[in-house]
Ligand binder design. Structure first.
Ligand SMILES: [Zn+2]
Length: 403
């Protein structure tokens, strides 16, 4: 996978941790998943000479340099540009009914007087709390289209992505990013409003000043010829599994022509406001009756984010294996930046929960992917990069930990 044989997944060989949060420099930036062959060097979060990660740098910029009144005005101008005059839908809001999509949809509908059509790319398997919150969202005043891919094909692609890339969440991510633009083209609604800008979590800082999602994430020329899923050309998957071309429809990016016809603009709403996940949670509780889980999610200490999919905890377990970064590291890094906890608390939480194995839905998820425990652990152990993991006394241990 890499030119250096002790480093898998195209990661940086030298491991560093941010001096301000708990993130390590092994965190990959967003990639175009439908071109991901698993053989490319991964662009990873940038660390400056003081060993501060770019997500923390962005937080400083948010605090000191951005004029939020001006950004709010920009959002108003944007809404004015697209607001419907006859009551028809004028903005597509992709979301799951989690705290962020509830916040964005209520804000655009009630403060900016827009007429949203919310669209949802279904989780692999809904958790009970996730399904309840999804219903709560709709019942708080929104029309919604639930886009559920063919279960047989989605399971197959999830299994392929897990076995081949140790990335079972990949088919979900692909669908989630293109659901908004696809429905925009289908319903001829040229404004799409996603929530978080990837710069919030450490993607390239120079991209933080552009509110629009990069088109590369949702368009592809010559669709099926160039489409790669789980690291394998889609055409081969179709042939090997006796599928039809139409079985791939949910994963085929939008034709650029269709988006150009109506000049679709895909925006991240977090660009326009001082985005803070915990504040979004409070907002969603107040405006829509959003409920956090009764127990914390395995692998972390939090109870209110990404709680709708039974595959989610396993997804973060694979990031722990591949990058040495588990769910607690992601959650604590974000909460340190937003001054909800300090770095010392963050480190203690990482030590306590980051490597916890998510066994709650494990058997169910193995059966979802039609694989045995042995196959699961074989994939997991093959994906532990020697520059991150050592095997000692029958136990796998991370070589570098935040301190
Ligand atoms: Zn940081």
């Amino acid at each position: 996978m890499s030119l250096r044989n002790n480093v898998l997944h195209g990661l940086p060989e030298h491991v560093q941790f941010c001096k301000k949060c708990v993130m390590s420099n092994q965190r990959p930036n967003s990639v175009v998943e439908f071109k991901n062959t698993g053989k490319t060097i991964k662009p990873t979060i940038f660390f400056d000479e003081d060993q501060i990660c770019s997500a923390c740098k962005y937080k400083e910029i948010k605090r000191k340099e951005i004029d939020w009144k001006e950004r709010e005005h920009e959002l108003k101008v944007l809404c004015d540009k697209f607001r419907s005059k006859n009551g028809s839908y004028d903005v597509i809001i992709p979301g799951s009914g989690g705290k962020d999509s509830i916040m964005v949809s209520h804000l655009l509908k009630n403060k900016y007087n827009m007429n949203p059509l919310t669209v949802t790319w279904a989780p692999h398997t809904y958790t009970e709390i996730g399904w309840k919150n999804f219903q709560t969202w709709i019942n708080s005043g929104f029309d919604n289209l639930l886009n559920t891919p063919n279960g047989h094909v989605h399971r197959l692609l999830t299994t392929i992505a897990f076995k081949n890339l140790c990335h079972p969440f990949q088919p979900f991510i692909i669908g989630q990013r293109m659901t908004g633009p696809k429905f925009a083209a289908l319903y001829k609604i040229p404004f799409v409003a996603y929530g978080e800008h990837p710069a919030e979590y450490g993607d390239r800082l120079d991209e933080a000043f552009d509110p629009k999602m990069k088109e590369k994430y949702f368009i592809l020329e010559n669709d099926l010829d160039n489409l790669v899923l789980g690291g394998i050309p889609a055409k081969k998957i179709i042939m090997d599994n006796n599928l039809k071309k139409s079985d791939m429809n949910p994963y085929i990016p939008v034709e650029p022509r269709l988006l150009k016809e109506i000049n679709v603009e895909v925006h991240h709403i977090s660009y326009y406001m001082n985005w803070d996940p915990q504040e979004n949670y409070y907002y969603a509780v107040e405006k829509a009756g959003f409920k956090s889980n009764t127990e914390r999610t395995q692998g972390t200490y939090s109870k209110y984010s990404s709680i709708d999919d039974k595959l989610d905890p396993l997804h973060y377990f694979t990031t722990l294996i591949k990058f040495g970064i588990g769910r607690t590291t992601y959650d604590a890094a974000q909460e340190i930046r937003n001054e909800k906890i300090d770095r010392k608390e963050g480190i203690a939480l990482v030590k306590k929960f980051d490597q916890e194995f998510p066994d709650k839905f494990f058997t169910e998820m193995l059966s979802y992917m039609s694989i045995s425990k042995e196959e699961f652990w074989d994939v997991i152990n093959r994906n532990r990069s020697p520059h991150l993991w050592k095997h000692e006394k029958d136990e796998w241990k991370l070589i570098h930990q935040v301190n």
